[in-house]
Design a protein around this ligand. Structure first.
Ligand SMILES: [Cu+2]
Length: 70
């Protein structure tokens, strides 16, 4: 088990609905333990176990939810 933290710049999040959509998309990934979203900064911080998921999967989940990872 190896924990990592990803700090991502995400474009397109504008309201609490967006925050919820991103959070639930990431919470659905195996190994993700904590997701925090800052609307003001346009950032998403994800704590995850690298044996469960990876940065590519995290970025894909955000993209599939309809937002752009910069
Ligand atoms: Cu929104």
């Amino acid at each position: 088990m190896s924990m990592e933290t990803a700090n991502l710049k995400v474009e397109g999040m504008s309201c609490s609905h967006c925050v919820g959509a991103v959070k639930s998309a990431l919470d659905a990934l195996p190994g993700v333990s904590l997701v925090s979203v800052s609307l003001d900064d346009g950032t998403v911080t994800v704590d995850y176990d690298t044996t469960g998921t990876g940065l590519d999967e995290i970025k894909d989940a955000i993209t599939e939810a309809g937002y752009e990872v910069l």
